[in-house]
Design a protein around this ligand. Structure first.
Ligand SMILES: Cc1ncc(COP(=O)(O)O)c(C=O)c1O
Length: 388
């Protein structure tokens, strides 16, 4: 059987990882500033993570949500404390799309309404309503098309106000990434998030904070939305939550009431997933990784801002993006193949950095030296071409 060919892939077989480094089957070492798409939060094969997952697997890997799973309560308590939202409720599932799907559905159950407000360049996942709220027609199959989603320009307060004054009582939820990831590292304005909070409260709509890529401590606060100093009604989480183990969830404000069968899942919140998620939070807390993400992230951003060829360096903490001029469009490939550094991309010509929150200063310096080397090789090549 062949694999269904949906991914453009690099011809590299990663077989080992440790901290912020991975190795391929030829023994070549790479600095991982991509984290398999923002997934590696505490570093590859962290010893505490490996031990906790191994120990759990030896006891019990899975049993379903038809019995008590005390590890889920332990995880809810830890997550409440680390995120600073102890009064929220936790529902566990398996992936980012599933988290957003559940959030949108729960909002609709809660207020009985149908319309969802989403924003230009958003990405919320590939399943039914999550993909309908994603601003990329290539990903939306005819069966996903719905008139229930209203797209507005990102950070446009006037458009948001107008939409609420026209449709206020029909809007079930507003879903927004605190920093758009796939869209190219676009930071939601603090005042824009505050306005969403205000309009949702006034009209009875639910504010859904998609924290799947920008959450879980990556930006120096637990959710990047926290920079606005307001609470969302539902936060969605995945990626960094299990450091590679598929686990996701939604955190739900205390005023939203559960009822049996409203949400559900077979695998979500299983014993192994909870052990992985607990290990991640324990490491984030004991190694002060949110503080590290802020410090090392600021260091990288400041240094990148000093490089004249790179434009519009943006983001928060260890979620960083910058524009690369068309003349340097191979920079990302060159970083990979010449310097052995993984970075992420977004179209057109945006480089995204989404490393582990445990990235050390010397790893950051390795990246900055590599960028300088690539840029000087590039300018040497272009000055030689000019002479010819
Ligand atoms: C902001 C955001 N929301 C949702 C998703 C979907 O997550 P998953 O691929 O786990 O379904 C992603 C994935 O990239 C994302 O970046």
């Amino acid at each position: 059987m062949k694999l269904f060919d949906v991914y453009p892939i690099n011809d590299i077989n990663i077989v080992k990882g440790k901290g912020s480094y991975v190795w391929d089957d030829q023994g070549q070492q790479y600095l991982d500033l991509y984290g398999g798409h923002a997934v590696i939060s505490v570093g590859h094969t962290h010893p505490h993570y490996v031990k906790r997952v191994e120990e759990q697997l030896e006891k019990l890997g899975f049993y379903s949500n038809s019995v008590k799973i005390p590890l889920q309560q332990e995880l809810a308590e830890k997550l409440g404390n680390v995120s600073g939202k102890p009064d929220y409720q936790l529902f566990l599932c398996n992936s980012g799309a599933e988290a957003n799907e559940n959030a949108l559905k729960l909002a609709s159950f809660a207020n009985g309404r149908k319309k969802v407000v989403a924003f230009s360049k958003s990405f919320h996942g590939r399943t039914s309503l999550a993909v309908a709220a994603t601003d990329n027609p290539n990903l939306v199959a005819p069966v996903n098309q719905t008139e229930n989603v209203i797209f507005l320009p990102f950070n446009d307060e006037e458009a948001l106000q107008k939409c609420f004054s026209e449709n206020g009582k029909e809007i079930s939820s507003v879903i927004i990434e605190g920093i758009q990831g796939v869209g190219g590292i676009n930071v939601a304005d603090i005042h824009f998030l505050q306005l969403i909070r205000e309009l949702c409260t006034e009209s009875g709509a639910i504010f859904i904070a998609d924290g799947i890529q920008c959450g879980y401590g990556r930006t120096g606060k637990f959710f990047s939305h926290d920079y606005a100093g307001v609470d969302a009604d539902i936060y969605t989480m995945a990626k960094g939550m299990g450091n590679g183990f598929p686990v996701a969830g939604i955190m739900i404000a205390p005023n939203i009431q559960p009822r049996h069968f409203m949400l559900g899942t077979t695998f979500g919140g299983n014993h192994l997933a909870c052990a992985a998620a607990l290990a991640v939070l324990e490491i984030i807390e004991s190694e002060k990784l949110m503080e590290n993400a802020a410090t090392i992230g600021n260091f990288i951003s400041q240094q990148l801002k000093n490089i004249p060829q790179l434009k519009n360096v943006r983001g928060r903490g260890l979620m960083i993006g910058f524009d690369v001029p068309e003349s340097l469009k191979n920079l990302r490939k060159n970083l990979l193949w010449n310097q052995h550094i993984f970075t992420g991309e977004a179209k057109p010509n945006v480089i995204r950095l989404l490393p582990s929150l445990a990235l050390r200063k010397k790893d950051a310096e390795q990246f900055l030296d590599a960028i300088e080397e690539e840029l000087s090789a590039e300018s040497l090549a272009s000055s030689t071409t000019e002479k010819v």
